[in-house]
Ligand binder design. Sequence first.
Ligand code: M6R
Length: 313
Amino acid sequence: TACGTSWHAGLIGKNLIERFAQVSVQVEYASEFRYNHSIIDNKTTVIAISQSGETADTLAAIKKANDRGAITIGICNVPGSSVSRETDCGIHTRCGHEIGVASTKAFTAQITILYLLALKFADSRKTITKNKLKAYLDKSAINSGLRSLSKVLKAEKSINKIAKKYKKASDFLYLGRGLNFPVALEGALKLKEISYIHAEGYPAAEMKHGPIALVDKNMPNVFIVPKDQTYDKIISNIEEIKSRKGKIIIITDSRDKILKSLANDLIIVPKTNHFMFCQLATIVLQLFAYYIAVGKKLNVDQPRNLAKSVTVE
Ligand code: M6R
């Protein structure tokens, strides 16, 4: 349970915990959970995710879970905060003080913690072999992931160039599948928050059930396309948008020619694994939103109408 960006991290956590540890997970907005009829008892574990540790709705959700006898775990960036104190146990993301109102490093830290937690759950439930676990946590794999992150950060000039082209758009669609559906939601939220451009995130295949009606020659569509089992399906989604003259921005780890032919703009990140790809795509989208906002001469740290921590219901 969580709000905003932290809720998006929760969606990634669900995918990872179900995948590795084979435990069923529900992800609830804290503001809904506090009043809804979710079945919570002393056999339930409730993980509350919060950068600030002071979000009113998340605290109310923790109180409800505690009252029902659930085990509560906090994933939080601020030691000593209310979330840290009110939960039974927890993990601090410790990614440093986050200054900008739009959450960025807190999100990548939250999903890293959730990845490790999912692997740890899997290990204790014996749903993963020791060899697989070792491979996921292998130091050289982690170091190569880190090198890929710095390569993405070094590509910021080209991301800036693309952002300049689209800064006048009034609406964006962000599309991804699996782990990258929450990444699409998060990319759209970042853009809304700091550039004041309307953006929506959708699972890529869901686009044909409504949002496609919005597509015309003025609409940029950001596709997150790792080379995984749904790659071919996403290509056909891209073709559908292309045939309606929508602008296509693709973030991928594939060098296939077809992507070049479909994209108006193509951002290729290094090849890594399914989890690291979603980290890399997140950073591309954060930079993209940042440069659109900078291009529009907006204050990226203090966007209008927003506070860093929402301490009222
Ligand atoms: O401090 P929290 O993680 O509990 O905050 C939750 C949301 O208010 C927060 O993530 C908000 O959506 C951010 N402004 C997103 O950038």
